[in-house]
Design a protein around this ligand. Structure first.
Ligand SMILES: CC(C)(COP(=O)(O)OP(=O)(O)OC[C@H]1O[C@@H](n2cnc3c(N)ncnc32)[C@H](O)[C@@H]1OP(=O)(O)O)[C@@H](O)C(=O)NCCC(=O)NCCS
Length: 165
């Protein structure tokens, strides 16, 4: 019986793709991610899936270009149980193994959980793309103007983890 307290991480398999697409739609309204003036179709990207006690509880989807390892989407259905940390740990290990010089990602100004989480994992805020969400919203009109707490979603924050050569 798999443990219900320690998340297991494995590569996303073909049989997980429906769950990945459903999870993206639930969390981000569609399978595409808009950031930095570009719409990225995330459902087919490679990545990792986390399970707890045999159930799927988290995913991370990535894109690697020019020795830069982008975390395009990360999420868990059971926050604060170490699932995000386990997924990001696997990404950092893969990025190192592939000779990448940085792991990077973009989040938005309202996402305080993500901002805390990335910094706790040692990532650094490396760019503030002021009002970039206005452009992203043109590409993906389902991005709400305000989040569930009423905070305006306006800016994109870029975080990075630099890897040693
Ligand atoms: C952001 C997210 C992926 C974090 O995953 P998680 O599994 O809850 O994070 P973990 O339990 O692995 O936490 C790792 C560390 O991050 C910190 N952290 C996690 N959530 C946090 C929060 N809400 N506020 C501040 N710090 C937080 C914890 O302090 C933890 O450190 P610890 O191990 O010393 O306690 C998760 O909250 C999530 O899925 N959010 C919704 C989707 C989302 O916004 N994704 C990011 C889009 S850019």
């Amino acid at each position: 019986m798999p443990s219900d307290s320690i998340p297991l991480v494995r590569q996303i398999a073909q049989g997980d793709r429906d769950w990945v697409a459903e999870t993206l739609v639930l969390e981000w309204t569609s399978t595409s991610v808009a950031r930095l003036g570009e719409l990225v179709e995330a459902a087919g990207l490679p990545g990792y899936l986390a399970t707890l006690g045999g159930r799927r509880v988290g995913l991370v989807l990535v894109d690697v270009k020019d020795r830069a390892y982008e975390v395009v989407a990360i999420g868990t259905t059971e926050p604060r149980r170490g699932i995000g940390r386990a997924l990001m740990g696997r990404c950092a290990a893969e990025a190192r193994a592939r000779g990448c010089r940085r792991v990077w990602l973009v989040t938005t100004n309202n996402n305080l959980a993500a901002i805390g989480f990335y910094q706790r994992l040692g990532m650094d805020l490396c760019a503030l793309h002021r009002h970039a969400v206005h452009v992203s919203r043109k590409l993906k009109p389902t991005i709400p103007v305000r989040d569930a707490t009423g905070v305006r979603i306006d800016h994109e924050l870029e975080f990075e983890l630099l890897l040693e050569a």
